[in-house]
Design a protein. Structure first.
Length: 390
């Protein structure tokens, strides 16, 4: 049989490696710092709201745009934290996580042959989403040690075929939070070159250094930006897959058209629960950030003690580490390193190479997640140091 088009384009991408690493963690009993999901549940009142919704009969298809209650809660959240005004009826769409919002946005807004420019290393669903839209992903690389955006490189990456910029800030896996100058430059380019923007802001509440600002708040961007986020990271319920896309009525209608035939609707009982979460007091959001900051510091210290080169992230719950100080330049193969790390140390990480179009660029980098209990992180740091990770 001829290999189907998408299979041939998507094989070997990040998700495959994530699955391999998670299976390795299960097989070896290693601590899984590979895939990014917390090992404790989110707020009890949010979980209780979902249970109450199931018991209360919220179990059939919800409205295609999301429940009224959740759309209002999303609009209120956008205003409360970021000063963005969205009409909950025409400018907010509930999706199956940020992943679906991004995929639906690319499918809705790109023509076959278009190019999508994103910050590289790129979250693993982006190239796949672009491929499914018939478009091609072009990366502009954030280079170590500080992983800042080179605005000239971004401008050079934009071609006549570029349709939109897919902007992930706070950025996974580097932890970069785009600053005011970088965001203003992106906005200027979008206006000048008449581009759309899709933003992935799933780590909006997990920022330790710097300040998150939505691209949509910059001059000229309100009508050309689809702002995407989700409940997964903010409320530690990554398995619920409730996300959203906000933007002008025309853009949101386009995304809704694609979403309608991808999943139609999603997560009826989780929608009222996420609405409860979005309305939690400021202390909840500050607590989430402060807890993860302490965990970042703990893991970064542990990785340094074990001999890695460490790039402490400004945000998110991932840290990128350089294996060259441990294994030397010639043997710095992150994939091979991650494949043997569980046997050697009882810890799982993922190779950053999967986040680059040219895997050689991220060959020496590996990513650890620190959204785990303190005792788990201490044990992982101890194992890495004792076993001599290299
Ligand atoms: C940058 C980024 N975007 C999107 C997602 C997925 O979000 P969701 O689970 O809401 O689809 C993740 C999850 O790791 C992520 O890191």
């Amino acid at each position: 049989m001829r290999q189907p088009f998408l299979t041939s384009r998507l094989q070997g991408m990040g998700t495959t490696i994530f699955a391999e690493m998670s299976a390795l963690a299960v097989r070896t009993g290693a601590i899984n710092l590979g895939q990014g999901f917390p090992d404790v549940d989110g707020p009890a009142e949010v979980a209780e709201a979902a249970i109450a919704a199931i018991r209360g009969g919220h179990n059939q298809y919800p409205p295609g745009t999301g429940t009224t209650e959740l759309r209002h809660a999303i609009a209120a959240h956008q205003r409360r934290f970021w000063g963005l005004a969205f009409d909950p009826d025409a400018e907010v769409l509930v999706t199956a996580g940020a992943t679906e919002a991004i995929t639906a946005a690319l499918m809705a807004l790109c023509e076959v042959g278009d190019e999508v420019v994103a910050l590289e290393p790129t979250y693993d669903s982006y190239a796949a989403a672009a491929a499914m839209a018939g478009a091609t992903l072009r990366g502009v690389t954030l280079e170590p040690p500080d992983f800042r955006l080179d605005v000239d490189a971004l401008a050079a990456r934009i071609s006549d075929r570029t349709r939109l910029l897919l902007v992930n800030s706070p950025h996974n896996p580097t932890g970069t939070v785009l600053n005011d100058g970088e965001l203003a430059a992106i906005a200027e380019l979008c206006v000048e070159r008449d581009l759309l923007a899709v933003t992935d802001e799933v780590y909006e509440h997990i920022v330790f250094d710097g300040e998150h600002r939505p691209l949509a708040s910059y001059p000229g961007m309100a009508d050309r930006t689809v702002t995407v986020s989700s409940a997964g990271k903010t409320f530690s319920f990554t398995g619920w897959k409730v996300g959203w896309a906000c933007g002008s009525p025309a853009l949101v209608a386009a995304v809704r058209t694609a979403k309608q035939f991808l999943t139609y609707v999603n997560g009826a009982p989780f929608q009222p629960a996420v609405a409860v979460g979005l309305g939690l007091h400021d202390g909840y959001f500050a607590g989430l950030r402060d807890d993860l900051r302490a965990k970042r510091d703990l893991l970064c210290k542990g990785l340094e003690a074990a001999g890695f080169g460490v790039y402490p992230p400004q945000a998110t719950y991932f840290v990128t580490a350089d294996i060259r100080p441990l294994v030397g330049e010639a043997d710095a193969d992150g994939l091979a390193f991650c494949r043997t790390l569980p046997e050697r140390c009882g810890v799982v990480a993922v190779p950053n190479a999967v986040f680059y179009a040219d895997p050689a660029r991220g060959r020496h980098l590996v990513r650890f997640a620190f959204c785990k209990r303190i005792d788990v992180l201490e044990e992982a740091a101890g194992r890495l140091a004792r076993a001599g990770a290299g």
